[in-house]
Ligand binder design. Structure first.
Ligand code: GRF
Length: 204
C-alpha cells in the first residue's frame, strides 16, 4: 500500500477531489489530513469522508511551521507509514524537519505557471500583470518557496471578462483533474520499484 498524507488549511476542494479519487483504490490510501486550522472547511470534509485528522495549531508564526510542531508532525507521519506528502492549500512554510525526513517526497500545487507569480495571491498577480495565460503547477518542495522541480503543469486562458472569482474556478478545474493523476503516477512508480526490489530479494 502507498500511503499519502494531505496537508491543507482552507476550503479543501483539492483534498476532497483527491480523497474521492482514491476512495476505492486497492494500492493507494489517503491516510490522513494534517491541518493547522481547527475551524477550516477541510476538517469537516475529512470527517465526512472518514479520514483521520491531525490538527497542529501554530501560535508563534503566521506562515511558518514551528520547529517543535514540525517535529510532532514528522513523528505522526512516520507512525502512519506515510510515503508521500501532498500539500493542497497548506498555508505554512515547510522546514528542515519535514524536508529531511521526506526528501523528494513532498509535493505542492501552486495556482500559476511557475516560475511566474510565486508566493501569495498568484491569481491577482497574474490578473494585475495582464498575462493572457496562467495555470497551475505541481512541483516538489525544497527549501525555497515555489522553486522545487516542476512535475506537471496545466495552462488556463485569461479572457477580458475574467476576475479573481472566475479565474479561481478555471484553475481549480485544472487542479482537480491534474493533482490526482500526478499522485497516481508517483505512487505507481514507487510501487513498481518496490515490487521489483521484492522480486530481486526472492530470486537471490
Ligand atoms: C489551490 O488553488 C492551490 O493551488 C493553492 O491553494 C488552493 C487550495 O484550494 N495552493 P482548496 O483548499 O483545495 O480549494
Amino acid at each position: 500500500m502507498f500511503n499519502v498524507a494531505i496537508f491543507a488549511s482552507g476550503t479543501g476542494s483539492n483534498f476532497k477531489v483527491i480523497t474521492s479519487h482514491f476512495k476505492n483504490s486497492t494500492d493507494i490510501c489517503i491516510k490522513c489530513l494534517i491541518c493547522d486550522q481547527p475551524e477550516a472547511k477541510v476538517v469537516e470534509i475529512a470527517k465526512e469522508m472518514n479520514i483521520n485528522t491531525f490538527i497542529v495549531e501554530c501560535t508563534v508564526y503566521k506562515t511558518k511551521l514551528e520547529t517543535q510542531k514540525e517535529y510532532e508532525i514528522v513523528k505522526y507521519l512516520q507512525s502512519h507509514n506515510i510515503d508521500l506528502i501532498v500539500l493542497a492549500g497548506y498555508m505554512r512554510i515547510v522546514k528542515y524537519n519535514l524536508l529531511d525526513a521526506y526528501p523528494q517526497k513532498i509535493i505542492n500545487i501552486h495556482p500559476s505557471l511557475l516560475p511566474s507569480f510565486k508566493g501569495l495571491n498568484a491569481l491577482k498577480q497574474a490578473l494585475d500583470y495582464g498575462v493572457k495565460i496562467t495555470g497551475c503547477t505541481v512541483h516538489f518542495i525544497d527549501q525555497f518557496i515555489d522553486q522545487g522541480n516542476i512535475i506537471a503543469q496545466r495552462a488556463v486562458e485569461i479572457t477580458d471578462q475574467d476576475d479573481e472569482k472566475s479565474l479561481t474556478i478555471k484553475i481549480h478545474r485544472e487542479e482537480h483533474d491534474l493533482y490526482p493523476l500526478v499522485i497516481e503516477n508517483i505512487a505507481q512508480k514507487s510501487l513498481t520499484r518496490q515490487n521489483d526490489h521484492n522480486k530481486r530479494i526472492l530470486t537471490n
